[in-house]
Design a protein around this ligand. Structure first.
Ligand SMILES: [Zn+2]
Length: 181
């Protein structure tokens, strides 16, 4: 998915979390975009390689340079988008530091949403380092402003709907080990 949709899905998940988690919407948004921190490797690298003024690669640069998926700069993205990374690194760390499960759920929402929205050679490798590619149905990562706007607005409205209905609280999505106030 695009960056904005991920963030808003995280905010929605935060909204649904217990109210006692401080800034739960912002925390959800942050956790939901965090797997794409790995983009800070391949995007600037390919941006510079493509001769862009801003060291950032656009979808057209990726389409013009399909070799990038075999380059080492692509690997961090495959790692952070792996359910094995999530299950063996992210979740144990959250448990150890007694952080709200909201972080883990929002992180997982990113991985789930990226599976259908990356196709062909751009597919996710959900169990990296095991080379199984999940071929998605479309390429939201290459979306233009209009598609991002439609997608983000839809999720934004869902979020505000949940907020208006006050769907939050300990009854809904109550994380049993939630320790943070
Ligand atoms: Zn992603």
């Amino acid at each position: 998915m695009d960056f904005l949709t991920h963030a808003l899905v995280g905010a929605l998940l935060g909204e649904l979390s217990p109210e006692r988690i401080k800034n739960r919407q912002a925390k959800g948004a942050l956790a939901a975009i965090s797997p794409d921190i790995a983009n800070l490797v391949a995007y600037p690298y390919l941006g510079i390689k493509s001769g862009n003024i801003i060291p950032y690669a656009y979808p057209r640069d990726f389409y013009a340079n399909p070799w990038i998926v075999d380059h080492w700069t692509w690997v961090p993205w495959e790692i952070t988008h792996s359910f094995l990374f999530w299950g063996l690194i992210v979740m144990p760390l959250l448990l150890y530091f007694k952080k709200p499960l909201l972080f883990g759920v929002a992180y997982a929402s990113h991985l789930l949403l990226d599976m259908p929205s990356h196709s062909g050679i751009w597919s996710t490798v959900p169990f990296y380092p095991f080379e199984y590619r999940f071929d998605g149905w479309f390429d939201a990562w290459a979306w233009g402003a209009q598609e991002i706007f439609i997608s983000a607005t839809t999720v934004f409205l869902l979020w505000r709907f949940a907020a208006a209905l006050k769907l939050s609280g300990p009854d809904l999505l109550a994380w049993p080990l939630e320790a943070e106030s």
